[in-house]
Write a protein that binds this ligand. Structure first.
Ligand SMILES: NC(=O)c1ccc[n+]([C@@H]2O[C@H](COP(=O)([O-])OP(=O)(O)OC[C@H]3O[C@@H](n4cnc5c(N)ncnc54)[C@H](OP(=O)(O)O)[C@@H]3O)[C@@H](O)[C@H]2O)c1
Length: 316
């Protein structure tokens, strides 16, 4: 244990961080130990990680000093923010800053920062193809992460920028699964037209992060885009039809229609899908499937993910 390099994991009880914790624990000969960070070391999820063999420590991404304590002595740190817990890009940027500063204070030698594109590099605020949101963003939960890349650079923290993708799991947990039409057919709605949507199992993000830590120095300073597949909406509907054993029809609404659905974050997500659609070449090109699989050989395609999870997708 003492000679293993410690990876401190923010969000360890969640989707991305949890994947990394499990990847480290499943590879005892890999030379790494894992330190799971949680706000509540006594929660059931935290206790379960401890039982699996993780060191579990308390910290809060809103409290830089607590992060510096949690990162102390660690070789690596996995940093992720939780936009959908608060819907605030400004809070997300402050959290990224806290993690970058804490990593610097603790002398962490390799940070993996879970990030996304700052879409304003492609769609400046003056571009009215989509509305500007909250005064200064096009896709708030993307832009805040992409903007925060610079914080890690400015702090001089050795960082790999892990550029993530749409979770396949959104079909279970984010209300994005197929819904029944009045005629009983299932309808899968996405404002993506015929464009491809890079996607990944949330767990695989953490597993790819483990691959980044194992590869080490050669990936510091690099952006590494990951996805398990690049299916179109129509291909996803066909996969869903096969997996569920009933017809699933693709319903390609416009981004404006999607923004108007009215659920919290619909405008942010409508803009996000429009960005992915309008800049398909860049967006897909930034997420190389072979490179992701090299980092994580157990990477799941959409079909493979469906084979494991089809019974958990709500269809009512
Ligand atoms: N959904 C998608 O398609 C998608 C795709 C790419 C990126 N993302 C991004 O992924 C991020 C979320 O990651 P995730 O899905 O892994 O999150 P998650 O599953 O919701 O897990 C979040 C975990 O983080 C911990 N946490 C929450 N607030 C915290 C705080 N203030 N301090 C410390 N820990 C805190 C919680 O653990 P405790 O309760 O144990 O503290 C929780 O278990 C979001 O920023 C989102 O934009 C999402």
């Amino acid at each position: 244990m003492a000679d293993r390099k410690i990876i401190a994991v923010v969000g360890a009880t969640g989707a991305q961080g949890g994947g990394l914790v499990r990847a480290v624990l499943e590879d005892p000969a890999g030379g790494f130990a894992v330190r799971a960070i949680t706000r509540d070391v006594n929660s059931e999820k935290a206790k379960a990680l401890s039982k699996l063999g993780a060191e579990v420590v308390a910290a809060d991404v809103d409290d830089e000093a607590s992060l510096a304590r949690a990162f102390a002595g660690a070789y690596g740190a996995f940093c992720v923010t939780f936009f959908w817990d608060h819907f605030s890009p400004d809070k997300e940027k402050a959290e990224a800053r806290n993690m970058a500063k804490a990593a610097k204070t603790a002398g962490v030698r390799h940070v993996v920062w879970s990030t996304l594109e700052d879409t304003r590099r492609w769609v400046p605020l003056s571009d009215d193809r989509m509305p500007t949101l909250m005064g200064q963003y096009k896709v708030p939960h993307f832009d805040a992460k992409g903007e925060s890349d610079q914080v890690f650079v400015k702090e001089g923290v050795p960082t790999t920028f892990l550029v993530t993708s749409f979770y396949w799991d959104n079909l279970i947990y984010f209300g994005m699964g197929p819904k029944p039409a009045p005629d009983g057919t299932l309808v899968f709605t996405l404002p993506m037209g015929d464009a491809r949507l890079p996607g990944i199992a949330a767990e695989d993000i953490g597993r790819c992060a483990y691959g980044v830590f194992k590869k080490g120095a050669s990936l510091i300073g690099k952006h590494v885009g990951i996805a398990g597949g690049h299916p179109t909406g129509a291909q996803m509907a066909a996969s869903l039809s096969r997996a569920l054993g009933r017809e699933v029809r693709y319903n390609a609404v416009t981004p404006a229609t999607y923004r108007g659905f009215g659920f919290p974050g619909a405008d942010d997500l409508g803009n996000m899908f429009q960005f992915k659609h309008d800049f398909e070449r860049d967006f897909v090109g930034a997420r190389n499937l072979d490179e992701a699989r090299a980092l994580n050989p157990s990477l799941l395609t959409f079909d493979a993910w469906l084979a494991r999870n089809k019974d958990r997708i709500p269809t009512t």
